[in-house]
Design a protein around this ligand. Structure first.
Ligand SMILES: Nc1ncnc2c1ncn2[C@@H]1O[C@H](COP(=O)(O)OP(=O)(O)OP(=O)(O)O)[C@@H](O)[C@H]1O
Length: 190
């Protein structure tokens, strides 16, 4: 996925406002250039503009960080290459057992899983995976399915593997139906 942004893109009908916003953007981008990749939540970016947000994502991408929070939403960048160390069984277990970890699709997965297993009774959950064609929606849906099959059925490796395959296939089989209705959104509900 290409992430591009430039300060020249900022425009406003109010000249003064425009100037001061441009100054703020420049200060953020130039003075804080070395820190751009450290913004793990885009709501902390200030000023929040397409330019600043895209530059942060670009900076994170360049240091091989592909997930960033945006409040309760997670932004996933397609690495366009295998990154097996991000999706291993150990990483799944880590996210299943720990509370505060780096942004990852498994954080979203775990939060929904915990809500379903809520102490006061299960709460139905939906995960919406959206993005342009090729953004990685199918990949992300697979990751979610693998995660749930792994954390929910860990007792037998064989059984767990079968479950993963079966659930994964069901979700992927539903894609043509969604696409027939022109939906570019993957929706997982449970
Ligand atoms: N996190 C990732 N790590 C490695 N490869 C990825 C990742 N996300 C996506 N890809 C790869 O990028 C390509 C496109 O991803 P995918 O098919 O999931 O996109 P999509 O959004 O479902 O596209 P479409 O809407 O056209 O069906 C695939 O080859 C996929 O393996």
């Amino acid at each position: 996925m290409q992430v591009q942004g430039s300060v020249q893109e900022v425009s406003s009908s109010d000249g003064c406002l425009n100037d001061s916003l441009e100054d703020e953007i420049l200060a953020f981008l130039i003075d804080g250039e070395a820190q751009l990749h450290t913004y793990d939540d885009l709501t902390k970016v200030n000023p929040v503009t397409p330019t600043t947000v895209l530059r942060c994502l670009q900076a994170r991408y360049s240091v091989k960080v592909f997930y960033t929070h945006a409040g309760c939403t997670l932004v996933a960048l397609n690495p366009f290459r295998p990154v097996p160390e991000l999706y291993s069984l150990d990483v799944m277990k880590e996210y299943h057992n720990a509370a505060q970890l780096k942004p990852h699709i498994f954080i979203v997965a775990e939060e929904a899983y915990r809500n379903v297993q809520g102490q006061l009774g299960p709460v139905n959950q939906s995960l919406v995976v959206s993005g342009e064609s090729g953004a990685g929606k199918t990949w992300t849906s697979r990751c979610l399915m693998k995660y749930y099959a792994t954390v929910a059925a860990p007792s037998s490796v064989v059984e767990s593997h079968d479950t993963v395959e079966r659930i994964e296939r069901r979700v992927l089989d539903s894609n043509p139906i969604m696409e027939a209705f022109g939906m570019t959104v993957g929706l997982l509900s449970f």
